[in-house]
Design a protein. Structure first.
Length: 87
């Protein structure tokens, strides 16, 4: 799991509180930025040939956001993610 490059400030107490809440609440390891991950891979001897931001252009009308299935919709497939469907 990668933190967004844009907007996250590791010196902002609110950002850290939210990040740690996500980690604890979802049973995740420490979240890192993509640059942190690339640096760790290269330090370990790997050659990083390519990387990309999977969240870039998620609001484009031509792309389906990764989180779209989490949005509750009153359809047969999306009903389970609505408030009523989770009861």
């Amino acid at each position: 799991i990668v933190l967004p490059e844009r907007g996250f400030d590791k010196n902002n107490k609110d950002h850290l509180r939210i990040k740690e809440g996500i980690e604890v609440g979802n049973g995740l390891p420490t979240l890192a930025t993509s640059q942190d991950i690339i640096d760790a891979l290269e330090k370990s001897g790997f050659e990083v040939l390519d990387s990309f931001d999977a969240n870039r252009n998620v609001h484009s009308e031509y792309e389906v956001p990764w989180y779209d299935t989490l949005n509750g919709k009153f359809t047969l497939s999306g009903f389970r993610m609505t408030r009523m469907g989770r009861i």
